[in-house]
Design a protein around this ligand. Structure first.
Ligand code: G4P
Length: 503
């Protein structure tokens, strides 16, 4: 590919993490406006959809094929090509959301400045922080009454444990918002039509002096490893502070990074060998088409349509002919893509989550994607006993695909499904009905604390009304505790038993 090096250097691939309603969709829209992809706010797909009940949403998903949740938005700004990987904007999230975070090079964290760090932001941040990738924080909605910026910044350190470096600082908020002070350029960017409040400005300038005296050093290395987050304030809705944010983000966010293989080789993005991994599989919601789309993050080399690759897990050779790149304006059949880009490969059942593909002869295998400890569990049964065969086939395939996690009760082999969010159950049910023609029924066993136990230490006497002994899909024993309290009680009673939060 011509200019491969340049294309590579210009790529910025990120996801936005936030608690629902913090303004992720609004900020995404503003970014797309900056990129010239849309001309008017309020037009991003899925915006209305996410406000509906998830059953309604499933119907929309069906009508629109995969467009609602699968979007990878791509646009150009200031000489850079930006890929935003959408993490579904639902109340409820799923393992897909988590896995998407394995495919980005940096993350933008949007926080409502009136609310501070909320639970979902914290959960998502914890996943990201394990990867040690850069996190950029945008405190949104300063056009409304916000909490004290000092408190907000303090929460980053006290709740998330990440050091913060303010890039700009709000002077007032809501009705008395004067503007944001750019700490690098040392100038105030006034909020349009702000009524003049000299006392608010004076107070703001005092804070800024304090910051300049006592703040953290800006340390690029600490940003690159996710130890320090550059902090911005603004209003996505008023398009205030967004341009400044985008400019600095593009300066400090990394280009596609090298990735280590299972045998500790480092695959550099500019390698001539094409490699990538599957981080998400999306079924075609149209029941007449059983095909699926495997989302592949390109790690190295140039992708060209029609190229031959090997699927590492099976050794099978595949031709990447039927490939889509997801863009704001869906542009079918890409000709080329580089590391950092996402391609959607039409799949007839070859791929699993975490699969590696590579061109050429040198075998490459990227580490498995992490699995996430489920928090919700449901027993599942087929309504019609005559459909056992399709029922088992459906469960096996959907579990392999990573739609949901499968457990069995220790003695009776009843099926129990586990998920990180309730939405995964609905998707599972919908797909069992639509793709495998099997109606299923859930018996909720509610939210549980799962702990893996050393197989040698399992004793059925340990099971009680407050916990349930099950096995995971590899037959490893797991206790599902009713709650944290039941877990603590168990630990007190069996201090020698070794419990793991992760498989
Ligand atoms: P999400 O994707 O993170 O869930 O949030 P979204 O962007 O949908 O924003 C949630 C609500 O917050 C929306 O209002 C949106 O207009 C509002 N909002 C987002 N950014 C700002 C901001 O900077 N300032 C203010 N004042 N409001 C903001 P809504 O009334 O729920 O939806 P809508 O009817 O406006 O679409």
């Amino acid at each position: 590919m011509e200019n491969f090096e340049q294309e590579l250097k210009n790529r910025r691939t990120f996801a936005i993490i936030s608690h629902p309603d913090a303004g992720k969709t609004t900020l995404t829209e503003q970014l797309l406006l900056h990129g010239g992809v849309i001309r008017e706010a309020g037009t991003v797909k899925g915006r209305g959809a996410k406000k509906m009940a998830s059953s309604d949403w499933m119907a929309i998903e069906q009508q629109r094929g995969i467009s609602v949740t699968s979007s990878v938005l791509q646009f150009d700004y200031d000489g850079k090509r930006i890929n935003i990987l959408d993490t579904p904007g639902h109340e409820d999230f799923s393992e897909d959301t988590y896995r998407t975070l394995m495919a980005v090079d940096s993350v933008v964290m949007v926080v409502d400045a009136a609310k501070g760090i909320e639970p979902q932001t914290k959960k998502l941040f914890e996943i990201v922080s394990k990867r040690g990738i850069p996190v950029f924080t945008f405190f949104n909605k300063i056009d409304r009454d916000a909490r004290s910026p000092l408190d907000l910044v303090d929460e980053l350190e006290s709740i998330l444990g990440i050091q913060a470096y303010p890039m700009n600082w709000p002077i007032g908020s809501g009705q008395i918002l004067q503007g944001i002070y750019d700490l690098k350029e040392k100038e105030l960017i006034p909020f349009k039509n702000a009524a003049d409040h000299p006392e608010v400005r004076a107070e703001g300038m005092d804070e800024i002096e304090l910051l300049e005296d006592a703040g953290n050093e800006f340390d690029e290395e600490a940003v690159a490893t996710g130890k320090l987050t550059p902090v911005f304030f603004g209003s996505a809705l008023a398009n205030f502070g967004v341009t400044e944010f985008l400019r600095e983000y593009l300066q400090y966010a990394p280009m596609p990074s090298p990735v280590k293989t299972v045998d500790d080789q480092v695959i550099e993005p500019d390698s001539s060998q094409f490699t990538g991994f599957v981080f998400k599989i999306q079924a075609n919601m149209d029941p007449r088409h059983r095909d699926r789309i495997a989302f592949v993050r390109i790690v190295s080399g140039a992708f060209e349509r029609g190229m031959d690759v090997t699927l590492e897990r099976t050794g099978k050779k595949l031709r990447l002919a039927n490939v889509t790149q997801f863009m704001a304006e869906e542009r079918e059949n890409v000709q080329g893509a580089v590391p950092g880009d996402i391609i959607g490969v039409y799949d007839t059942g070859n791929f699993q989550i975490g699969d590696t593909i590579f061109s050429g002869k040198k075998e490459v295998r990227f580490p498995d994607l992490p699995t996430f400890t489920p928090e919700f569990f449901n027993k599942v049964i087929a309504k019609d006993v005559m459909k056992q065969k399709s029922y088992h086939k459906g469960i096996t395939q959907l579990v392999q695909e990573g739609t949901i996690q499968l457990y069995k009760s220790w003695n009776s082999n009843e099926y129990i499904l586990g998920a990180v969010g309730q939405l995964q159950f609905e998707v599972f049910k919908f797909r069992m009905e639509n793709e495998y023609n099997v109606e299923i029924q859930f018996e909720p066993i509610g939210s549980k604390v799962a702990r893996w136990i050393d197989p040698d230490q399992v004793d059925e006497k340990m099971a009680s009304s407050r916990n349930l002994l099950v096995k995971d899909r590899y037959d490893r024993p797991v206790f599902l505790f009713e709650n944290q309290f039941a877990l603590n009680w168990f630990k007190d009673k069996y201090p020698d038993v070794h419990l793991e939060a992760k498989m």
